[in-house]
Design a protein around this ligand. Structure first.
Ligand code: COA
Ligand code: NAP
Length: 259
């Protein structure tokens, strides 16, 4: 993988990364970049099929993997996966809060439960993961990486639910940086731009909308799952040892005013 040309292949030897929703898309790209640098990988998601496929691919890369189904809205289920991860792979050094849901719906048509579902998965689910992983992160003096979105920064049409959830995540990220710095725990977010071949882009910019969107991005293209994985690796690495409370925007300039 590209990342092994720039970082040592044993950077994360004896390091456990846990990725919520790690079985597909951007989050799986994050898991693969950590695995390429020697990390042990824990993951959860709702679908066993996705986790099995992802685990097999990570296993082929030589990674030790533990994956179990859990809905991030269910604190008890998440807690038991995180505990099992610690006993199988060792205490978590990097927690990636990345599980999310999204659909297009104008606010005047959105039901309260539709709004709640996205906030519960993205925001409450991220808090659940941080809270349940806290004792492990305290042991490792580890770090948290949240996968946010551009909706946290600027409003997007028909995305009131996602904007509320992701802005909540970024502010919680700063709170945790403030509160957990005393335990040596760092907390940062990544705001990915539109990423090629993902479920998110299938939902948000199908067909011709995608072509139009690409033209509006200063770098003129979608990003890749590896480009988000590389940013996550950097934030979790010793190169970022004094970085906490930061939102790292990896979007080809998409959210720049006027873009
Ligand atoms: N438009 C408007 N409302 C929608 C909707 C849509 N496309 N999809 C779901 N909802 C509403 C439902 O109608 C329901 O509200 P109601 O009870 O008032 O009718 C509410 O959202 C919950 O729906 P449900 O299907 O029970 O949710 P879920 O918990 O099974 O799934 C979602 C969560 C809705 C976010 C689903 O899209 C999902 O699982 N997404 C994960 C994958 C994904 O989104 N990937 C991209 C990440 S960027
Ligand atoms: P994706 O493949 O659908 O990723 C979402 C993952 O979360 C899936 O593996 C899904 O698996 C899991 N998940 C969803 N609800 C869950 C729940 N309740 N409990 C546990 N796991 C759950 O979509 P993606 O587009 O790659 O998005 C990944 C992340 O990047 C998200 O945080 C998204 O907001 C962010 N993002 C994406 C883009 C983009 O261009 N795609 C841009 C900006 C930000 P199950 O369905 O099996 O549970």
């Amino acid at each position: 993988m590209h990342i092994t040309k720039f970082f040592p292949k044993d950077l994360f030897a004896d390091h456990t990364v846990f990725v919520t929703g790690g079985g597909s898309g951007i989050n799986f790209g994050v898991a693969k970049n950590f695995a390429a640098l020697g990390a042990k990988v824990g993951m959860c998601g709702r679908s066993a099929d996705k986790l099995e496929r992802a685990s097999a691919e990570l296993g082929e890369m030589g990674a030790q993997v533990f994956a179990q189904t859990a809905d991030v809205r269910d604190y008890g289920a998440l807690e038991s996966v995180l505990q099992a991860t610690e006993s199988k792979l060792g205490a978590i050094g990097t927690l990636v809060c990345a599980a999310a849901g999204n659909f297009i719906c104008p606010a005047e048509q959105l039901s309260p439960n539709g709004f709640k579902s996205v906030v519960d998965i993205d925001l409450l689910g991220s808090f659940n993961a941080c809270r349940a992983a806290f004792s492990q992160l305290q042991k490792t003096r580890g770090s948290i990486v949240f996968i946010s979105a551009g909706m946290s920064i600027i409003p997007y049409f028909a995305q009131a639910h996602v904007g509320a959830a992701k802005a909540g995540i970024d502010n919680m990220m700063r709170n945790l940086a403030l509160e957990w710095g005393r335990f040596g725990i760092r907390s940062n977010s990544i705001v990915p731009g539109p990423i090629e071949g993902t479920e998110g882009m299938r939902r948000l910019a199908p067909g011709d909308l995608g072509k139009k969107l690409k033209k509006s991005i200063p770098l003129g293209r979608y990003g890749t799952t590896d480009e988000i994985g590389q940013a996550a690796v950097f934030l979790a690495s010793p190169l970022a040892s004094y970085i906490t409370g930061t939102v790292l925007v990896v979007d080809g300039g998409q959210t720049l005013p006027g873009s």
